[in-house]
Design a protein around this ligand. Structure first.
Ligand SMILES: [Zn+2]
Length: 237
């Protein structure tokens, strides 16, 4: 993601005079206004207004003005508190992972039956194989084992309508069997690069922790963007 600060003067000419700062963003293949709005914590309508777009069509290489940018749109700004789980812990040790961006909603094409487009239902945090993974909140292990997508993964119910999902692990920590009670901050496993194939597949992508949050209150699980939570936890450690 390439972000350039453009001058406040130019921004003022471009759109709302109340906007102090604006950023430009070059559209990448696979982008949509929705995806860009998620990345920068703005809305499709604000993007269309700022760029005087009549429709939703954008093209790779197009330079868009990113309006507004409240906290969270800028990685260097102090993150805003998320709506819940404000007392959570960041799931990887300080200094043990690489910078990460909000890639929730990005296009993914790997599927067990062959390529097809789907949306990335979490955020990836690059880290070396073997890095400990902490439970971001306490809860109960409700699923564990191999997933063709997530490799060695573990799912923890953290409240009656929410689960946290940790994927691509190299191995599990003890005390994490299905039904086990997990404490916040407890080591539940270790970073790996497993998944994208039959049981035991690894090395199909660089090692990272995939962290997801699902709301489970309705008839089907719905992924929400974990990025604001992760940035909040990271800022409070
Ligand atoms: Zn992922």
């Amino acid at each position: 993601m390439k972000i350039k600060l453009i001058s406040a003067a130019l921004a003022a000419l471009t759109f709302a005079p109340s906007t102090a700062l604006a950023y430009s963003y070059t559209v990448a293949p696979g982008d949509s206004l929705w995806k860009i709005s998620r990345k920068f914590h703005t809305t499709v309508e604000m993007l269309k207004t700022a760029n005087q777009l009549r429709g939703d069509l954008i093209y790779p290489g197009q330079v868009l003005v990113i309006p507004g940018l409240p906290d969270g749109g800028n990685d260097s700004a102090s993150p805003s508190p998320p709506p819940s789980f404000r007392d959570g812990v960041f799931p990887l040790p300080k200094g043990a992972y690489q910078p990460f961006s909000d890639n929730f909603g990005d296009t993914r094409t790997w599927n067990p039956g062959g390529p097809s487009v789907r949306r990335h239902e979490g955020v990836d945090i690059p880290a070396p194989i073997g890095t400990p993974v902490y439970a971001a909140e306490g809860g109960t292990v409700i699923n564990k084992g191999w997933s063709e997508y997530g490799g060695w993964r573990i799912t923890v119910r953290v409240d009656p309508s929410t689960v946290f999902y940790y994927a691509h692990l190299s191995r599990y920590a003890g005390g994490t069997d299905i039904g086990a009670t997990i404490k916040k901050g407890q080591i539940i496993g270790y970073v790996g690069n497993t998944g994208y194939g039959p049981v035991g597949t690894s090395g199909k992508f660089p090692p990272h922790l995939h962290f997801g949050i699902y709301k489970t209150g309705g008839t089907s699980w719905q992924a929400i963007d974990p990025y604001p939570y992760l940035k909040w936890w990271e800022s409070r450690r």
